[in-house]
Design a protein around this ligand. Structure first.
Ligand code: ADP
Length: 422
């Protein structure tokens, strides 16, 4: 019998979910991340579950429906507080989905008030007077104004959120934050008396977030980036502890599959090869020509797996990627390589790999889906934003997984990751 869940989280994308889970683990919670809304009850005895949706840019009505399904499941598991997690750059359009999902969750929970803050000072996302900064730049000067799906052209979050909801949006500013819990609670009462239902909250440092935390202890719903997560476990009497990140003992073969072509991944691949690691490149043009590249790679890996970690990569320089995309089409090349890497990952796991690093956000999605993984227990952080996770591939076979999105991790990430597990 598992204990009732404390914190139930709904994240609007996969890597954002991991980011939140990682912060909660570092603050002492035992956390499971699920891929989509689970169909079965929670098996693990954990403090928090992060349900990873892919709802950031889908039509608002679908995002609402998926989020409500997640809420329903989380409440069935006994979640005492709900956390709606979005991007630390508040990625959304005038149509949503942050406003509509927040409205729907508030209504379903019967709660009249919530906060909204993407502040994540550790990642250079700060909110001051309701304006969001990315590093030293305002949101709309940070490059986010050119985002292909969610261009952010207004840095004022009160205005941005107000455009997405018919409920009234207000602000809890830094002067209130500086005074701590009692002042924050008084400001919330004042805003509610003025008919405000959602308040953007300033935070420029972790200290601000830690002062905010206690004032959220009885809030049914919190909406935020992953920053606020550092301040919530203490409300449940939970302190940071290495036990929260404990995973089963690592065993089996070790492998890395990389479909990321980001700058950091190119460096990591070069570093691994330069350190004498066994590596094999896969060529998208040969996949497109119908060669059984996955078969070749698995035959190559067969005798090498026992000798140490192997790396399989399609990682290439921007020029090489452009050339392939020109010949195959961008989406076609991407899908083909993802599919091939997912098949290779499944083959490596079938050959006894039980420690797997995946580089690339989309690539990670493809691999996790291919392996049929529904949930991940979150373990210790390897580098900021990238924890080791543990999943069951079959009831008999466990798998340690590190899912690294493009630009995360230091140059020696691959070797460092395995060293940490052993
Ligand atoms: P990142 O996290 O670095 O953005 P992703 O896995 O999200 O990495 O995206 C990389 C995309 O590029 C994937 O769709 C992948 O299949 C594709 N890709 C990988 N290698 C190549 C290559 N050599 N040529 C063209 N496309 C590639």
């Amino acid at each position: 019998m598992t204990q009732a869940l404390l914190l139930g989280c709904i994240a609007d994308d996969f890597t954002g979910a991991t980011d939140l889970a990682n912060n909660l683990v570092r603050a002492g919670m035992r956390v499971v991340q699920t891929i989509g809304v689970p169909v079965a009850p929670l098996q693990d005895d954990v403090d928090a579950v992060v349900v990873a949706l892919k709802s950031r840019t889908i039509p608002a009505a679908e995002a609402v429906a998926q989020s409500l399904a997640a809420l329903h499941w989380l409440r069935q598991q006994g979640a005492r507080q709900i956390y709606f997690k979005y991007c630390s750059t508040f990625d959304s359009t005038a149509a949503g989905n942050i406003g509509p999902v927040t409205d729907a969750l508030m209504q379903a929970l019967g709660t009249p008030f919530t906060i909204a803050t993407p502040a994540f000072p550790d990642n250079q996302r700060t909110v001051f007077k309701g304006y969001l900064f990315v590093g030293d730049k305002l949101l709309n000067e940070s490059g986010m104004q050119h985002h292909p799906l969610t261009p952010m052209t207004d840095p004022n979050l009160v205005r941005v959120l107000q455009a997405q909801t018919t409920q009234k949006v207000g602000l809890i500013d830094h002067r209130v934050l500086a005074q701590g819990e009692a002042a924050i609670r008084a400001r919330i009462s004042q805003l509610q008396a003025e008919g405000v239902a959602m308040a953007v909250v300033d935070a420029v440092s972790n200290d601000d977030l830690l002062r905010l935390g206690p004032a959220l202890s009885d809030m049914a719903l919190v909406t935020a980036g992953s920053g606020v997560a550092i301040a919530l476990p203490a409300n449940f009497g939970i302190k940071p502890s290495s036990q929260a990140a404990a995973l089963p003992k690592a065993q089996g073969h070790r492998a890395i599959v990389s479909g990321s072509c980001s700058v950091a991944t190119n460096q990591q691949v070069a570093h691994f090869i330069g350190s004498g690691g066994h590596a094999i490149a896969i060529d998208p043009l040969r996949i497109a020509a119908g060669t059984d590249v996955a078969g070749e790679v698995l035959a190559w890996a067969k005798d090498r797996l026992a000798q140490g970690p192997v790396l399989v990569y399609s990682t290439a320089t921007p020029d090489a990627v452009k050339s392939v995309q020109g010949q195959l089409g961008t989406a076609e090349a991407g899908a083909m390589v993802e599919d091939s890497i997912a098949n290779i990952a499944a083959g490596l796991v079938a050959m006894g790999t039980q420690q797997l690093v995946v580089a690339g956000g989309e690539t990670s999605g493809a691999v996790v889906q291919k392996l049929g993984i529904g949930q991940l227990r979150i373990g210790p952080q390897i580098d900021p934003g990238v924890p080791w996770c543990h999943a069951s591939v079959t009831p008999q076979q466990g798998l340690h997984l590190a899912l690294k999105s493009g630009n995360f991790g230091s140059a020696d990430f691959f070797t460092k990751a395995f060293a940490q597990l052993s």
